[in-house]
Design a protein around this ligand. Structure first.
Ligand SMILES: [Fe+2]
Length: 204
């Protein structure tokens, strides 16, 4: 099983993607949070600003319904919700999101609204959280890990990956915006890739 797959969900219409991008752009990022992470990692690389799935991002009911109309038929037995993410380079730097396992979700199912640079790599490392309590994120130091796979996720495409496999993002030079599908069942990655094998590019 791969750490990630591109999935064959429809590309969002331009106007909808553009509306979501504007909404993601409007999310306020916190330098305090960024500095906490910078100090935690105590590394020479610059940590990007990031906000993910917070209450600041209210997706209007109209937009949620447009998404639902496009997506819910692919996941007939799932209740799905949506959230936005914003990752932003510190001005005039090449920034990173350091290795971590996500809080609250076993998998990430993302549509890349804007990449945040020409060669932004998502890197997966050789650590996986194997427990069901996901109340907090796990922050990990790159020096303690080995990379095991990586990919440049393309804009306007859908990807699914194991959010409990340590992962980070490199080469961020601008603003990266993502839409995530959140599954109310909090389905696990291994189960998703079995159940929705027909959606995985190259596996159908
Ligand atoms: Fe993550």
């Amino acid at each position: 099983m791969q750490d990630f797959y591109q999935i064959d969900l429809p590309r969002l219409p331009y106007s909808l993607a553009s509306e979501l991008k504007d909404l993601a752009k409007s999310i306020t990022v916190s330098n305090e949070k960024r500095e906490w992470l910078q100090n935690f990692h105590n590394c020479s690389e610059t940590i990007a600003y990031q906000e993910y799935g917070t209450d600041i991002t209210q997706i209007s009911l109209e937009v949620q319904n447009s998404l639902k109309n496009i997506l819910c038929k692919y996941f007939p037995n799932e209740k799905i919700h949506y959230t936005l993410g914003k990752i932003e380079a510190v001005a005039n730097t090449i920034s990173i999101t350091p290795p971590h396992c996500d809080r609250g979700r076993f998998l990430a199912c993302n549509f890349i609204l804007q990449t945040g640079g020409d060669d932004v790599k998502t890197v997966f490392y050789n650590y996986e959280r194997n427990e069901d309590n996901l109340q907090t994120a796990i922050n990990l130091k790159e020096n303690d890990l080995e990379p095991r796979s990586s990919a440049v996720f393309e804009p306007n495409c859908w990807y699914v990956f194991n959010a409990q496999q340590a992962h980070g993002v490199k080469n961020i030079t601008g603003s990266r915006y993502l839409l995530s599908i959140l599954f109310e069942s909090n389905i696990k990655y291994k189960e998703f890739v079995t159940k929705y094998k027909h959606l995985l590019r190259g596996c159908g």
